[in-house]
Ligand binder design. Structure first.
Ligand code: ADP
Ligand code: MG
Length: 300
């Protein structure tokens, strides 16, 4: 494209809330045949909320809540924020004095799994099944049933282990964006196929994918694994766009032919991307491709 055409198109994009960083991205967007979507915060609203919680052992309600809050307080993850908010409300109900939660020693973030730390004398884990198996926490029937029932409903389960024993769990929902299904079907009509990629578990991922009409899913994928999947698709000869919002999406955004960041996402993702969807609306994935198609056809 001529510099003038690029300037006009990027200017138009900017006025629509679609920031295109340069001519290269603009030229490539029209050739995209496959779009890979992150789940949390991209296809879903990204503001998870706890919808249920249970206790699995004879731990007190107060301990369960206080230890969970202490462990998750230092985590930036949106799921952690939802869990802390819910647990704080529970402690209020159960008359615990909310303010002095104990400090956490040996706090560790396990990306794509959860957090661990020592609170007072007790080892506390908060995260998914993968985290539990990493620390060899046995999970009984009761836990399995709670997890699978909730995952079928597209909910993500957060398990809490205290001193190596499953103590309780939270089920978290994060609704899909209202425009998601429409955009996926519209892309399909443009001959562009959609894939979901996520660090979350297979059952939840599959349920969300079904809601938005995506047939191909990669779940339980860590950040570098996401980038590897993009490269695999490229090796199969397709031009790939990646849409994501998180720190965990940035390697994939860089690897993709066209990386698109959700405007409400993290700075790291926005920097890694070629295109920024300022309104965080998935319809603008189509806007970006349309803009590219129109600009490039005018030039030829
Ligand atoms: P996504 O790829 O969908 O954006 P992530 O890779 O951020 O998801 O996280 C994958 C999974 O790891 C989450 O669905 C959750 O089960 C678990 N997880 C990660 N961080 C935390 C945390 N701080 N507390 C609880 N669970 C967590
Ligand atoms: Mg995300």
């Amino acid at each position: 494209a001529t510099p003038t055409a690029v300037m006009v198109a990027t200017g138009k994009g900017a006025s629509l809330g679609v920031l295109i960083k340069g001519g290269n991205a603009l030229e490539k967007a029209q050739k995209v045949k496959t779009i890979v979507f992150d789940k949390t915060g991209t296809l879903t609203i990204g503001k998870p909320a706890v919808v249920s919680s249970v206790l699995f052992s004879e731990v007190s309600m107060k301990d369960f809540c206080d230890l969970t809050i202490a462990a998750e307080a230092n985590s930036e993850h949106p799921i952690a924020k939802a869990v802390v908010k819910h647990a704080k409300r529970l402690t209020q109900q159960y008359g615990s004095e909310n303010d002095h939660f104990t400090e956490v020693k040996d706090f560790e973030v396990h990306p794509g799994s959860g957090v661990s730390g020592k609170i007072g004398e007790r080892e506390v884990l908060v995260g998914n099944k993968r985290l539990m198996s990493l620390f060899n926490v046995p999970l009984g029937h009761e836990v399995d049933r709670y997890v699978s029932e909730n995952e079928k409903l597209a909910r993500t389960c957060v398990l809490v282990a205290i001193e190596g024993r499953a103590a309780g769990a939270f089920a978290v929902t994060d609704p899909v964006k209202p425009e998601a299904a429409l955009v996926i079907s519209y892309l399909h009509s443009m001959n562009i196929s959609s894939i979901m990629i996520t660090g979350d578990n297979w059952a939840t991922a599959t349920a969300i994918a079904r809601e938005v009409g995506i047939q191909k899913v990669f779940a339980e994928t860590d950040p570098l694994g996401k980038a590897d999947k993009i490269k695999e698709l490229q090796l199969q000869g397709t031009i790939v766009a990646m849409v994501g919002d998180g720190v965990n999406d940035s390697p994939a955004l860089v690897a993709a032919d066209v990386g698109m960041a959700i405007g409400a996402g993290t700075d790291v993702a926005i920097e890694a991307a070629d295109v920024v969807l300022m309104k965080s609306n998935l319809e603008d994935v189509v806007t970006a491709i349309d803009l590219s198609r129109k600009t490039m056809s005018r030039i030829r």
